[in-house]
Design a protein around this ligand. Structure first.
Ligand SMILES: Nc1nc2c(ncn2[C@@H]2O[C@H](COP(=O)(O)OP(=O)(O)OP(=O)(O)O)[C@@H](O)[C@H]2O)c(=O)[nH]1
Ligand SMILES: [Mg+2]
Length: 245
């Protein structure tokens, strides 16, 4: 997080993590597609010949956010997706540095259950190694590829969401479904966390739901914080996750 209250500029970093080929890059591309050209920079990807992420993808998002009580401010969010292949563990750890929040993109296919668990354990390990910066870092879980067969069933995801500390979303990232909700929910969690430290309401006059709604209006998205909560599995995104006091 980089806050320049005098210049009214806030800069955040979100990282998309998850097992190999779960759809991390597809999420970032989906956001690229959902953003008007004026709100996004160039999508930088470093791929191998077979479209595997080699180092990371990065998409800068930038917008001016109005506030009901304060002057508008500039928000910049840099979206990174890490490479999922097992050999790139060091890269994943490096990209996580300075992150304000993480989207964990899980692959819904039954055969990927173990790969999801392994990747999540590695993420937990990397966050622990970051020390205080990694402790309590907001994470949103996304179960992607809901369009495929032989996937973990909705009932199972609901049980998981009820037990989970993290909000859970379903997605079909290749069709853009669930991509914006996942992103906005992470924004709400990150905002709420920074706000609890007294850093954001004061300069910007917005609580987390207010910030998300102001951002979606500025982006021209017809979706708000309540729609995000309603889209989460078992309503796992909401009060329990500290979006409101
Ligand atoms: N059926 C289906 N395929 C998807 C979905 N999302 C992504 N894919 C496909 O899954 C493959 C991998 O997607 P990527 O977004 O490159 O995955 P990744 O997690 O970035 O992969 P690495 O960076 O190599 O770890 C591609 O062929 C995508 O088109 C989805 O929702 N449904
Ligand atoms: Mg990728």
């Amino acid at each position: 997080m980089n806050l320049n209250a005098a210049a009214r500029e806030l800069s955040l970093k979100f990282v998309y993590c998850g097992p190999p080929l779960s759809g991390k890059t597809t999420n970032v591309k989906g956001l690229h597609h959902a953003l008007a050209p004026g709100h996004r920079g160039r999508l930088m990807s470093l791929d191998t010949a077979d479209d595997r992420t080699l180092f990371f993808d990065m998409l800068p998002v930038a917008l001016t956010v109005p506030s009901p009580s304060h002057a508008p401010f500039s928000l910049r969010v840099r979206l990174f997706s890490v490479p999922g292949q097992l050999v790139h563990a060091t890269t994943r750890k490096v990209v996580l540095q300075g992150a304000d929040g993480v989207v964990f993109v899980a692959d819904s296919r039954l055969e990927e259950t173990q790969a999801n668990a392994q990747s999540f354990a590695e993420l937990r390990q990397h966050l622990a190694e970051l020390g205080p910066a990694g402790r309590g870092l907001p994470i949103v879980m996304q179960f992607n590829k809901r369009d495929l067969s032989e996937i973990r069933e909705d009932d199972e995801l609901e049980l998981l969401a009820r037990d989970s500390q993290e909000p859970v979303f379903r997605a079909v990232a290749i069709r853009g479904e669930g991509v914006r909700e996942t992103f906005l929910s992470l924004l709400a969690l990150v905002w709420a966390r920074l706000d609890r430290r007294g850093q954001l309401s004061e300069p910007f006059g917005l609580d987390a739901p207010g910030a998300v709604n102001a951002v979606t209006r500025a982006l021209g998205w017809s979706i708000d914080i309540d729609a995000c909560a309603a889209a989460s599995v078992a309503h796992s995104f909401g009060l329990a996750n500290g979006v409101e006091p």
